[in-house]
Design a protein around this ligand. Structure first.
Ligand SMILES: Nc1ncnc2c1ncn2[C@@H]1O[C@H](COP(=O)(O)OP(=O)(O)OP(=O)(O)O)[C@@H](O)[C@H]1O
Length: 299
């Protein structure tokens, strides 16, 4: 039998994970996976729990929650010498990463996928001393994710982010930054920059059209300073993946880059929807770093 540690956030999404736990544990057991659980108590707890699970020699660590929980679990596993397999049960509001890996939202089907033991080795992004799995970014719009109260998120789901975004759009100021790789330098007044490890971000399924978790590369997108009508037009194009040829959009791939502000303004860095520090800093891909349990049709 394999041993798994299931770390779940009782407050994720619509707060449905807890009452589904007995079914999830039954399914895992039927595949020969003996599972114990840890309920997270608050911010950062999933990182501590994941680290403990690694030290206690579990074969699989399962993150049950949203992207925030996944982010915390990843930060507990990455950097450890022996890294267990990782399972995901999507229970959050957006679940970008789970969606990109086609892990179903249905808890029971997600548990079956863990049981099936088909895995994919994926890249992890590092920003200074922190790690992310899906996306990093900066710019005033990305800072809104810290402001949506959890109550509003529970009731309205993803719509809560959009509502807050639309409300703030007319007041968004650009940031003045430099992004530097070994080959190129971009110094721009930008609305935002995004550094993606996958292609599906915040409901934008084709935001990084060439995004791939295992290619050892980030997809970098910079949206230059724009006026409000252009901003809305480009956001609409981005929903269809048609934004990268826009003159106001810079798009390239790299495995390493430095990003720093050109003035004294503080620019916060968002890692998988969580606050991950501020600029300046260095982003780097850790190629093929974690083995994630995914549906059999994912290569
Ligand atoms: N017991 C708890 N009470 C309150 N907050 C918690 C608790 N356990 C974890 N958290 C915090 O809840 C935050 C959000 O969790 P998570 O991302 O799983 O759900 P979500 O916000 O609904 O989903 P998504 O990130 O996909 O939109 C995390 O930052 C985590 O630290």
């Amino acid at each position: 039998m394999k041993r798994a540690r299931l770390i779940y956030n009782p407050t994720s999404g619509r707060e449905e994970i807890k009452r589904n736990l007995p079914d999830i544990l039954d399914i895992l057991e039927s595949y020969g996976i003996e599972t114990s659980c840890h309920q997270t108590k608050g911010n950062g707890d999933a990182t501590i729990a994941a680290k403990e699970a690694v030290e206690r020699g579990f074969d699989i660590v399962i993150a049950a929650g949203g992207d925030g929980t996944l982010y915390e679990v990843i930060n507990g596993i990455v950097g450890m010498e022996h890294r267990p397999q990782m399972g995901i049960i999507p229970a959050g509001t957006t679940n970008d990463f789970a969606r990109a890996l086609r892990i179903p939202r249905d808890f029971k089907n997600a548990a079956k996928i863990i049981g099936t033991q088909h895995s994919k080795v994926i890249d992890i992004g590092r920003y200074n001393d922190k790690y992310f799995i899906n996306i990093a970014g900066g710019g005033r719009l990305t800072e809104l994710t810290y402001e949506v109260p959890s109550k509003l998120k529970t009731v309205l789901g993803q719509l809560a982010y959009y509502l807050r975004g639309i409300e703030k759009l007319p007041f968004l100021k650009p940031i003045n930054i430099t992004l530097e790789t070994e080959e190129k330098i971009f110094s721009e007044e930008a609305m935002l920059f995004l550094i993606a490890n996958s292609n599906s971000v915040g409901g934008f399924k084709k935001l990084a059209p060439n995004g791939n978790f295992s290619d050892g590369l980030f997809d970098v997108i910079i949206l230059k300073k724009t006026n409000l009508p252009d901003f809305i037009r480009i956001a609409k194009l981005a929903l269809k993946g048609e934004h990268i040829n826009e003159p106001n959009v810079i798009y390239f791939q790299t495995n390493k880059l430095k990003v720093y502000p050109n003035n004294s303004d503080k620019v916060l860095v968002n890692l998988d929807g969580e606050l991950g520090g501020s600029l300046p800093g260095q982003f780097e891909v850790l190629k093929h770093h974690i083995e994630v349990l995914v549906p059999p049709n994912i290569k």
